[in-house]
Design a protein around this ligand. Structure first.
Ligand code: ASP
Length: 385
């Protein structure tokens, strides 16, 4: 059996056993109830192995988790904590996968997507394809709190934001504008000087002042359009859970393309009685398996967060019959917490956001925030981000 087949076998058996008898599998005394009726739930009297309060995110949230942890320690709301953390990343012009400075669509417009779920009140909010508003996680929270809707998209979402007092601004930084121009120059004959021009050869290099590092980065994101997002999940001392996912989506996308981040059940799902899960990476793949919801339902049956994440990755792999050549065209991560404060993450490939470093996610459980390795489906380098 090759590595993939073995892992798939393991996961399939694990999932089967979990459904048949989660209590035995995880050494816990679990009360199994009919999920359609109120009553005691799975995860009931199990010993608590996790830590609370707890806040986790994708690796790019490492320096933002302190903000959320302060709120949790002060007795604040879990969604307030998660949104405060991701707002730090949305505001950061140097993170070109989220909020201000995000890489734009093919027309050079930054379009943002975000969702929130509040476990204690079982509510959700979401926005998609929003232009000119930076803090879309807060905008999604405002949809949840101030409207009778769950999801608002496009210009309607922008106008709703303005009505609610959000500031309108150009989200394209000089950095992301130049990379977009370089992408145009590489992909279109019309967006570069003609061959009669002395500049035609060095047009792209000149855009980046001949800085080798900047040129190498631009070439990388042009040939392999990056995805990138922040997902953040928070659990407070009482075991309440909330989460948010926010992104500028796939670079160079067709205007109006929406990924998984704002799709409740895919890029984010929280059930306050169980836990929460979210994702980063190629949203189209996650939407097809409803990853967030799938993971929470597996945790409801007793699966640990990291195993549930790995099982979700396995479903994506199955969609391609394990064809690594096809799977190497993208990367995908899942993150999960349960209400006991246990956490985990799994990724498709071994490599992560930063070159030379493995796939990681960020965890803050009271000690300083740190990066923790994800479980990986394939123990090899796949799609480079
Ligand atoms: N999942 C997001 C999307 O597909 C973006 C990402 O994580 O890169 O839009």
């Amino acid at each position: 059996m090759d590595r993939w087949t073995r892992r798939k076998f393991f996961l399939t058996s694990l999932a089967g056993s979990a459904f048949a008898g989660a209590g035995r599998l995880f050494g816990k005394t679990l009360e199994v109830t009919d999920g359609n009726r109120p009553g005691p739930r799975l995860l009931g009297p199990a010993p608590v192995a996790g830590t609370r309060p707890l806040i986790i995110s994708s690796a790019n949230g490492l320096n933002a988790l302190d903000k959320g942890m302060q709120i949790l320690k002060g007795g604040g709301d879990t969604l307030e904590a998660a949104v405060a953390a991701v707002t730090v990343v949305e505001d950061d012009p140097n993170d070109d996968s989220v909020g201000y400075g995000g890489l734009p669509n093919e027309e050079g417009e930054v379009e943002l997507d975000a969702s929130v779920m509040h476990g204690p009140t079982r509510r959700a909010g979401s926005v998609a394809s929003v232009r000119r508003i930076k803090n879309v996680s807060r905008l999604a929270k405002t949809v949840m709190e101030r409207t009778n809707h769950v999801m608002i998209v496009g210009d309607g979402a922008r106008r709703f934001g303005l009505a609610e007092g959000f500031e309108e601004m150009n989200l394209l930084t000089e950095h992301s504008r130049k990379i977009w121009l370089a992408w145009k120059a590489k992909t279109s004959f019309n967006w570069r000087p003609g061959t009669d021009s002395p500049e035609w050869k060095e047009h792209v290099a000149a855009l980046f002042d001949y800085d080798a590092e900047k040129i190498a980065y631009a070439m990388r994101v042009i040939t392999s359009p990056p995805t990138g997002t922040i997902n953040c999940l928070a659990v407070n001392a009482k075991g309440e859970v909330s989460g948010t996912t926010t992104t500028s989506g796939l670079a160079w996308k067709i205007p109006g393309r929406v990924g998984d981040s704002p799709v409740i059940g895919a890029g984010l799902f929280v059930d306050g009685e169980v836990g929460g899960a979210g994702s980063t990476g190629k949203g189209e793949e996650n939407i097809k398996i409803c990853g967030g919801h799938t993971i929470v339902e597996m945790m409801r049956k007793g699966m640990k967060p990291d195993d549930a994440c790995l099982e979700a990755v396995g479903r994506v792999v199955r969609n391609y019959n394990g064809d690594k050549k096809k799977l190497t065209t993208f990367h995908l991560y899942f993150y999960a917490v349960n209400r006991d404060g246990e956490y985990g993450s799994a990724s498709l490939w071994k490599n992560g956001y930063e070159e030379g470093k493995g796939a990681m996610f960020a965890v803050h459980d009271g000690t300083p925030a740190r990066l923790v390795p994800c479980k990986t489906f394939f123990d090899e380098i796949g799609h480079e981000e």
